[in-house]
Ligand binder design. Sequence first.
Ligand SMILES: [Zn+2]
Length: 228
Amino acid sequence: MPELVFFSGTMDCGKSTLALQIEHNRSARGLQGLIFTRDDRAGEGKLSSRLGLVTEAIEAGADLDLYAHLVGHLSAGGRADYVIADEAQFLAPVQIDQLARVVDDLDIDVFAFGITTDFRSKLFPGSQRLVELADRIETLQVEALCWCGARATHNARTVGGEMVVEGAQVVVGDVGLSGAETGYEVLCRRHHRRRMTSAAARAAALSPDVLPVDRGERAAVSGPFAAD
Ligand SMILES: [Zn+2]
């Protein structure tokens, strides 16, 4: 039975790398797939991974009907044994419905990859629809780590290293940016709640006097940047 599978995780957890690996394994077996992506860091019409791999993809803009695109591709004599949709959190809910229809009406496997929640720990609309419709949800096992060493489950948006909690849901940026740029950092829930990025933890470790005396807060900086 064909399936709609949602591979979910935080930023930096290897989603695009796994998407590329699935593509490689299947094309090595003579299968042909269609790859959709949206706003990939490598630019329009690309699926790239942080490990440096990149492949061509179809840019799934807001107006693209994914189901109609598949039907058109097949009608024109094209082949599609499977579909990969990367950055699926950026797809509109209606486009996720179109992917479900690809599975049900065209009998094609669809593998969607996406970040579950945004920088305020709210579901992206595309990810919410995937949670509602997917036959199967796989939480990626290559886990990203918080600066404290705990499993990173949340995405923080940073400006100049400081975590921000206001702003548009989608702002292009990447992990590991510094300066005044908008960047992202993956954190454990504890440090996301406390808005303690690695830069904030480092600053706190350098000036122990300003640390709150609360034990929990001290425990929060007992990671690699602890002062004592
Ligand atoms: Zn942490």
